[in-house]
Structure formats: structure tokens, C-alpha cells
Design a protein around this ligand. Structure first.
Ligand code: NAD
Ligand code: MG
Length: 295
């Protein structure tokens, strides 16, 4: 079955309860039960990103892996960024994309570090011979019930990874982006409907929507488009890495479909936002949340 076959979205994927499971940050897709679907066996491309060169952060797992698989199958050559602890997940993605004849270069490293962000973009431009798409999917999430317990160290990890890196990676990339290129950020339904125990994360996700809308205006005269994807609950390592086993086992039960989304259900949105088919789309956020209202 491909992403283009007609199907019932309700019964398409597993529903909670899931097996109770916990991981430590950042978590691995390979350790999840059931395994997330990133489109490995389903996404069929049609040349929508032929000749594109993209840098994808958080590309080892979850939504970033789905974006990478979709972009690659549409013809893009990619640099994949992730944390060193996620090497095994990242190698699975690289091996898949290379076996299909595309370029997929692994560049692990911590994007909460300013210097690394500039280094990453420089090496990506070298490896790909230029850059047409900066796709920022990586994020840090921790859960805390009480603001009084929140440590500056974790606030910094959240804000540097989720917000500062957008500035640093964009600053590094923009001089290389020609008209027709794109920046895509990844927000969250949390930016509009914050959970009380995800205070710093939700604030960071709200900021990403604002960043997207403002930078899109700034870069419009350069012909560079800036858009965002805002997911609802999606079955990725982010959850077992930050929540307790009980919460993970019920993950997605509150969503109108009664299930979380799978990463594979988001890949096409990234492709659309990068592809020249969306030439008049900039400053926009596509919410993908299975009928959960965005506002
Ligand atoms: P994921 O854990 O698979 O992906 C997040 C990735 O972020 C990790 O794989 C890791 O490589 C990367 N990362 C984290 N800290 C980093 C750092 N300091 N340096 C470099 N890379 C770092 O989880 P996911 O759910 O696919 O998350 C992808 C995006 O989707 C995130 O922006 C997340 O906020 C967003 N999102 C997820 C959900 C959900 O329910 N899963 C909901 C809304 C938004
Ligand atoms: Mg990961």
C-alpha cells in the first residue's frame, strides 16, 4: 500500500493501549513497541524534489526520519543530523536511502551548540554541493509537573535546541539558499494548546510558529519560503524518552481518531512545503493532528 491508496484513517494504525515502555532522552525508534511507521515500505515518490539538496535535523527517527524518507524518494540528496547516541537509528535511515540510489550523509552533533550549527551547515553545503532546503525537525522535550522544580539547565536545553538552533542554522544556511529554496520548521499543537506539564516545551513550540511567520516575511524578497509543520500526538521515541510508561501506553487515546499519528502520515507535508508546487505558500503552519483543533 502506498501513501496514495485510499484507506480509512481510523483503522489504519495501532491504537492504545500500547505496551508500557520508557527510554532515556533521546530514545531510539528501534526500541519502540510497536515499531513506528516512517513510510519505509509505503512512501512512493514522483520526482517532486528532483535535484534538491536538503539538510534535515532529527532525521534518525520519528517525524524527521519520515521527512527524510519522503524527501529522498522525491529525488532529494540529504545530510542527516541527529545526536551521537542515535547512531544506530541514523544508520538504518542512511542504509535505506543509499540502497535506493540516493545520497544520505550522516552528520551527528548537538544543535544546542552555536558553533556546531554553523559547522554542520558548512559541511552539508560541501557534501551536497549547495543547499535548497533546511528542514528543522529536532527538538528537546522534558516533562515537569511543577514550575518550581524546573532547572535552568533543562530550560536551556529546551530553548537552545528548539529555538536558538533555528536562528543559528538559518543564519548559517541563508547565504547559501537561492530563490526557490525553503526553510521548514517543526512546531507542535502544544504551541496553541499547551499541556501544563510541558511548560517550557510548549513555550518553545509557540515561539517556532512566530519565528516561521516573521522569518517568512523577512526572506520573501530573497525568494526563500519559510513554513512549519505542527504535529499533534505522533508515535515516536520523544514520548517514551520523556514520559512514564503508563502515559506512553495511553498515548493518543484523547485524539479524535483514538490513536496517535504515525510519522509516515507527516512526510508528505514536508515534501509539499519544499516542492516548487507550493510557490505561493510561505509563513504558513500545516497542523497535522488527526482532527484535534489547532486553536
Ligand atoms: P524523535 O525523538 O524521533 O525526534 C526528535 C529528534 O531530535 C531526535 O531524534 C534527535 O535526533 C533530535 N535532537 C534532540 N536534541 C537534539 C540536539 N541537542 N541536537 C541534535 N539533535 C537533537 O521525536 P519526534 O516526535 O519525531 O520529534 C520531531 C519533531 O516533532 C520535534 O520538533 C517535536 O517537537 C515535534 N512534535 C512531535 C510530536 C509527537 O507527538 N511526537 C508532537 C508535536 C510535535
Ligand atoms: Mg531519534
Amino acid at each position: 500500500m502506498s501513501q496514495l491508496d485510499k484507506k480509512d484513517p481510523i483503522s489504519l494504525y495501532p491504537k492504545p493501549p500500547f505496551p508500557k515502555q520508557e527510554q532515556s532522552i533521546p530514545g531510539l525508534a528501534s526500541a519502540m513497541q510497536p515499531k513506528p511507521d516512517h513510510g519505509e515500505t509505503s512512501y512512493v515518490g514522483s520526482g517532486r524534489l528532483k535535484g534538491f539538496r536538503g539538510l534535515v535535523t532529527g532525521a534518525d527517527s520519528g517525524i524527521g526520519r519520515a521527512a527524510a524518507i519522503s524527501m529522498s524518494r522525491e529525488g532529494a540528496d540529504l545530510v542527516l543530523n541527529y545526536l551521537p547516541d542515535e547512531q544506530s537509528d541514523a544508520e538504518e535511515v542512511r542504509d535505506l536511502l543509499e540502497s535506493e540510489g540516493r545520497k544520505a550523509v550522516l552528520m551527528p552533533g548537538d544543535i544546542s551548540d552555536e558553533q556546531f550549527c554553523f559547522h554542520l551547515v558548512g559541511r552539508a553545503v560541501e557534501a551536497l554541493g549547495g543547499l535548497d532546503a533546511l528542514v528543522m525537525v529536532a527538538a528537546h522535550q522534558e516533562v515537569s509537573e511543577d514550575i518550581l522544580d524546573m532547572k535552568t539547565e533543562s530550560l536551556e536545553a529546551t530553548f537552545k535546541t528548539n529555538i536558538y538552533s533555528l536562528f543559528w542554522l538559518s543564519q548559517a544556511a541563508i547565504p547559501h539558499l537561492e530563490p526557490g529554496s525553503s526553510i521548514v520548521t517543526t512546531g507542535s499543537i502544544q504551541g496553541a494548546q499547551p499541556s501544563p506539564n510541558k511548560l517550557d516545551y510548549a513555550v518553545s513550540k509557540g515561539a517556532i510558529g512566530v519565528f516561521t511567520a516573521a522569518l517568512a516575511q523577512q526572506l520573501a524578497p530573497k525568494g526563500i519560503r519559510v513554513n512549519s509543520v505542527a504535529p499533534g500526538p505522533v508515535w515516536t521515541p520523544l514520548q517514551p524518552a520523556s514520559s512514564d510508561g503508563e502515559t506512553v501506553s495511553q498515548f493518543g487515546s484523547q485524539a479524535p481518531y483514538g490513536r496517535p499519528g504515525q510519522p509516515a502520515e507527516l512526510g508528505a507535508a514536508y515534501v509539499h512545503l519544499i516542492s516548487p508546487e507550493s510557490s505561493y505558500t510561505s509563513g504558513t503552519t500545516i497542523t497535522i493532528a488527526g482532527a484535534t483543533p489547532a486553536y
